[in-house]
Design a protein around this ligand. Structure first.
Ligand SMILES: [Cu+2]
Length: 379
């Protein structure tokens, strides 16, 4: 029996007519450095594109994240994946054949209140779909590269045992569909990403996601599950500029991002899709780092992780009572905690300069006050 793990993306995300990059770059295939220079030569075409937000109001985006103003700009695509967009836990206790359908889509979308960026995505969102299978499952992966793509794309699942995690088998030119089948041998939470050279560029532009391979008996039930991924964005223009920003290959090579984001763009998990829970509930966050380069010191301000499945391992006993967890680039973790006190909790990378470059998320907890656990004094 075959199950469809993820629907094809909504039509509106692919209806994009923006800046075509020269086909020359993709014809060079996996030529590594040669491809990198071709991609560089392609950037002026992007910079010239007539974007929809250049003429929006001149609100200063500088200063701390909390003081930013997010203007709603009509007609700008939003690539943020909702953190609640996760398939339910797998109830069955037998392996099955499941299918995973990915489509690589390039589109201009909101980066911040006054800026857009030309993202490369799986299924039109950053991160791509949360793939959920069970150990022992046979997974049929199909990857279609959209007709209007300018680049070759593929997918490398870290959950795959086999060459390149499937990268070569799925390398698809625009309009092509490729695929492969793998058996999920090792339970755990794994990153997937595009692996077409220069790989760092494809990841930085948004091509990453998570796949959970559930253990035989699944994970313990919780009240809320969330899907959050961290990434870096490298632009020629400095943080806080307006308009359609241009990717910077030089800054990428020097590991000097202008933006750090959760779920694709600045404000994705604060203004647009904050995480929500009620007092008394247990929260689980599947947290991954697409990167491509920076390790995250993942922390939730005002909470303590009751359990941490370190490095995404679900076959090792979880650590207990942890403040901050280190998550490497191309790695993941699972954290769980019970929320006892209402309020607004902030998801951060505790390398806190990154908050000023866009990285933050909110967890809004609603319910009755719990003064025995936390009580602000009136003076
Ligand atoms: Cu790609």
């Amino acid at each position: 029996m075959t199950k469809n793990m993820d629907a094809v993306p909504p039509a509106d995300v692919s209806a994009d007519e923006t800046g075509k990059v020269s086909r020359r770059s993709l014809l060079m295939g996996s030529a590594g450095v040669a491809l990198a220079s071709a991609a560089l030569s392609a950037t002026p075409a992007l910079a010239n594109h007539d974007h929809p937000v250049a003429h929006s109001s001149g609100v200063s985006p500088s200063g701390s994240l909390s003081s930013r103003i997010y203007a709603v700009v009509d007609g700008v695509a939003d690539i943020a994946r909702m953190p609640t967009d996760i398939p339910p836990p797998i109830a069955r206790r037998e392996p099955e054949t499941v299918s995973v359908e990915l489509e690589t889509i390039e589109l201009e979308a909101r980066l911040d209140g006054r800026t857009t960026f030309r993202y490369w995505t799986f299924n039109g969102t950053v991160p791509g779909p949360f793939v959920r299978v069970r150990v022992g499952d046979t997974v049929e992966v199909s990857l279609k590269n959209a007709d209007d793509s300018s680049m070759m794309h593929n997918v490398d699942f870290h959950a795959v045992t086999g060459p390149g995690g499937g990268a070569e088998a799925t390398s698809a030119a625009p309009g092509e569909t490729k695929g492969f089948t793998f058996k999920a041998l090792n339970p755990g939470l794994y990153v997937y990403h595009c692996a077409v050279p220069p790989v760092a560029m494809h990841i930085a532009n948004g091509m990453y996601g998570l796949i959970l391979v559930e253990p035989e008996d699944g994970l313990p039930p919780v009240d809320r599950e969330f899907y959050v991924m961290q990434g870096e964005i490298y632009t020629e223009e400095e943080f806080g500029s307006s308009g359609l920003l241009t990717e910077s290959y030089e800054k990428l090579l020097n590991e000097r991002p202008e933006y750090f984001v959760l779920n694709g763009h600045v404000g994705a998990l604060t203004d647009h899709y904050p995480l929500k829970a009620n007092v008394g509930e247990t929260v689980r966050i599947y947290f991954g780092v697409g990167g491509p380069n920076f390790t995250s010191s993942f922390h939730v301000i005002g909470e303590i992780f009751d359990k941490v499945y370190q490095l995404g391992s679900v076959t090792s006993p979880p650590l207990t009572d942890v403040q901050t967890v280190s998550v490497p680039a191309g790695g993941a973790t699972i954290v769980e905690f019970k929320v006892e006190v209402p309020g607004r909790y902030v998801l951060v990378d505790h390398a806190l300069s990154r908050v000023e470059r866009g990285l933050a998320g909110f967890l809004i907890v609603e319910g009755d006050e719990n003064p025995e656990i936390f009580n602000a004094h009136d003076h």
